[in-house]
Write a protein that binds this ligand. Structure first.
Ligand code: FES
Length: 137
């Protein structure tokens, strides 16, 4: 069974979670969008891990599910702003960071997503940790 993503840490009430689908469904799709508390949430499977982010690009609000993923980085389809899947931090200073939220695998074999998003705790201070080479920073 796949491990949940690293973007954990929230402890919301149990009713603040939404079922995104079975792990097999999500792995087959790669991306899916579910309803969040205040925004649509983009759920992503990348290299055996799952991530969830606000589906609205912080640059101009276009849907991030139209973007592409490579090496743990989500690139917006519209103006190519890049975001780290783990932290939501942007690599392009003209865009803002994208809020992320927690995910967890439950006993029903499904991935559940917290409906409350949060901004990265470290914002544009030094190097933003990424899923590729910077993970030990
Ligand atoms: S709307 Fe995403 S980069 Fe501009």
């Amino acid at each position: 069974m796949s491990e949940p993503s690293d973007n954990q840490g929230l402890e919301p009430p149990a009713d603040d979670w939404v079922r995104a689908g079975t792990l097999g469904e999500l792995e087959a799709r790669g991306m899916t969008v579910v309803r969040g508390g205040t925004c649509p949430l983009l759920v992503i499977h990348d290299r055996g891990k799952f991530f969830a982010l606000d589906n609205r690009c912080p640059h101009l609000g276009f849907p991030l599910h139209r973007g592409s993923i490579e090496d743990g980085i989500l690139t917006c389809h519209w103006h190519h702003a890049r975001f780290d899947l783990v932290s939501g931090g942007t690599f392009d200073l003209w865009a803002d960071d994208v809020p992320t939220t927690a995910v967890e695998v439950r006993d029903d074999g499904a991935l559940w997503v917290c409906t409350r998003t949060r901004y990265p705790t470290v914002r544009r201070i030094g190097v933003i940790a990424c899923a590729r080479a910077c993970s030990t920073i």
